[in-house]
Design a protein around this ligand. Structure first.
Ligand SMILES: C[S@@+](CC[C@H](N)C(=O)[O-])C[C@H]1O[C@@H](n2cnc3c(N)ncnc32)[C@H](O)[C@@H]1O
Length: 519
């Protein structure tokens, strides 16, 4: 029996001509073949596709109509025809044909997506969203549909809050999509959402945890009213975007006393000369969202931690996490490091990581912390490195020149520009996980106050404050350094570290974190 279609070899030849964009040859060969195979669907279809490429839309339309007449079950034919109707601005006919495709094959995701595009153009946002969601349910890797969905969501959900008032159902996927863009608590109708079991975690993350933190916030005491201009700006930033948002941390199973913990380290210390109280008092200055304070609270036996921060929102996050983890030895208080003297307390350990460089005058803050130290006490400080953050400084400089305020839309738009432009100087930032969350990227690039340090600047500060350098804290950094400088005494020689950093500019990418104590 003779076939109505040419041989596979011939079809491959046509496809190869198409791939090479040799359209004239393709049309010539297919016309010759049509002579022997006048009812070939594949030949008419490929000719239709070629005429589409050549923008001969009317010809293409006639060919696709022929295709579906020849085989009314040929989905690609309806799909191609629908695409042509779009080109010819005949939207209703396009809709009709996409629907035909979906009727024949409900998993034809591109038809769902294109149908969504037509509805979107017509302003039928809800219908468009439904189409994009169907597309993604079939093929969750189809990036174009995410892009389209994001575009339409901007206008839809916010404007269509009435849906909730009218008690119409919004699907889980719609809620999930929206929650990727904004905290659901930002919408005053969010308490009307009926969360299904599948969205239990979203409910926890977006609504319940916020509710708990709001309640906790009322229980946090202040040591004083913040007055310093920079501290007020920093407070505002972290009230709006507490940072870092974290889920899990590794905690010490067995708390130990200070001496046992220190004896495991390489710190330059005479163990006899460090504080050895039963119940050490520890200050975490600038505790943020609590990761650091909670780790320390689980590390030192019978410790009493005072965790201070400017931001109520960060403190509430921290206290919620401490409660969840059953940590009971932390008192969270709100206030400025600049006002610490007013509490008139001394501590056995003071830790302040990632904080002083956000003050107007870090030296002044550091001096106040030093005044809260007992003579045999230890201090852990974390400061940004100028060298390690060169790529960040470059971008921050650009933001300053553009006079960009840190509004939500500015941050999102600027980050999008960075992603889209392949500039060598910008690319390093893209490997930072912080770049991909709002609170992270604000902390990273849009901070209201950022100083950066060099080792010699640190040395000068230590001298002026009467502090002695005891060693860096990061084990990995120390191990790498020792591969080059193997004498133990080098570990405490800041000039050697300076030399080392000159050759390894990114070595302090996660800050200079070091221990010191009073001379
Ligand atoms: C980048 S976060 C670091 C938080 C925490 N130390 C950590 O490592 O996760 C900086 C925190 O320092 C706090 N901070 C900045 N200046 C402060 C000041 N003058 N007094 C108290 N806290 C301050 C901010 O509110 C913010 O929560």
């Amino acid at each position: 029996m003779s076939s109505i279609e040419p041989s596979e070899v011939k079809i491959k030849e046509l496809i190869s001509l198409f791939d090479k964009k040799q359209f004239d040859e393709l049309l010539k060969l297919s016309n010759e073949l049509l002579y022997n195979f006048p009812k070939s669907i594949l030949l008419q279809n490929i000719q239709g596709v070629v005429h589409t490429e050549l923008k001969n839309y009317k010809l293409a339309k006639d060919l696709f109509i022929k295709v579906v007449d020849l085989n009314p079950k040929y989905t690609d034919g309806y799909y191609n025809l629908a695409n042509i109707f779009i080109k010819l601005n005949e939207e209703e006919k396009a809709i009709e044909n996409y629907k035909e495709v979906i009727k024949l094959d409900k998993n034809y995701f591109k038809a769902h997506n294109n149908l969504g595009n037509i509805y979107r153009r017509k302003g039928l946002n809800k219908k468009a969203i439904e189409c994009y969601l169907s597309t993604l349910e079939i093929n969750s890797n189809y990036k174009i549909a995410y892009y389209n969905l994001a575009g339409v969501l901007q206008f839809y959900i916010i404007n269509e809050e009435n849906n909730f008032k009218e008690n119409k159902n919004i699907s889980d996927l719609e809620i999930l999509c929206l929650s990727c863009y904004e905290p659901l608590t930002n919408f005053d109708w969010s308490n009307k959402i009926k969360f299904s079991n599948r969205l239990k975690e979203i409910f926890e993350l977006h609504l319940n945890q916020c509710k708990i933190e709001n309640q906790i916030s009322n229980s946090i005491k202040s040591i004083s009213k913040v007055k310093d201009r920079v501290s007020l700006n920093v407070k505002k930033q972290y009230e709006e975007n507490p940072y870092p948002r974290w889920e899990n941390i590794g905690l010490s199973i067995e708390p130990r006393n200070i001496k046992d913990v220190i004896s495991d380290s390489d710190l330059k210390l005479d163990l006899k000369k460090i504080t050895n109280c039963d119940s050490p008092e520890i200050l975490i200055a600038g505790c943020g969202t609590g990761q650091h304070a909670i780790t320390t609270a689980s590390k030192y036996k019978k410790s009493k931690i005072l965790a201070l921060d400017l931001s109520f929102k960060s403190l509430s996050y921290a206290k919620r996490k401490a409660n969840e983890l059953g940590i009971k030895n932390i008192e969270f208080v709100q206030g400025d490091i600049l006002d610490l003297e007013s509490i008139d307390r001394k501590f056995d350990i003071i830790e302040s990581v990632g904080v002083l460089h956000h003050m107007d005058n870090p030296h002044k803050g550091w001096k106040i912390l030093t005044s809260c130290l007992n003579n045999d006490s230890l201090m852990l400080i974390g400061l940004y490195s100028e060298k390690a953050r060169q790529h960040i400084a470059y971008i921050k400089d650009k933001i300053d020149k553009l006079k960009l305020q840190s509004s939500y839309s500015n941050i999102i738009k600027f980050r999008k520009d960075l992603i889209e432009h392949n500039n060598d100087k910008w690319n390093a930032i893209k490997s930072s996980p912080d770049f991909y969350t709002l609170s992270g990227v604000r902390d990273l690039l849009f901070h209201v106050q950022e100083h950066r340090f060099t080792i010699s600047k640190i040395k000068k500060n230590l001298d002026e404050l009467g502090l002695v350098f005891l060693g860096f804290d990061d084990r990995l950094v120390i191990e790498n350094f020792r591969k080059i400088y193997n004498k133990k005494s080098n570990l405490y020689d800041l000039d050697k570290w300076q030399e080392y950093e000159n050759y390894n500019p990114r070595i302090f990418a996660s800050m200079y974190q070091f221990w010191c104590k009073k001379l």
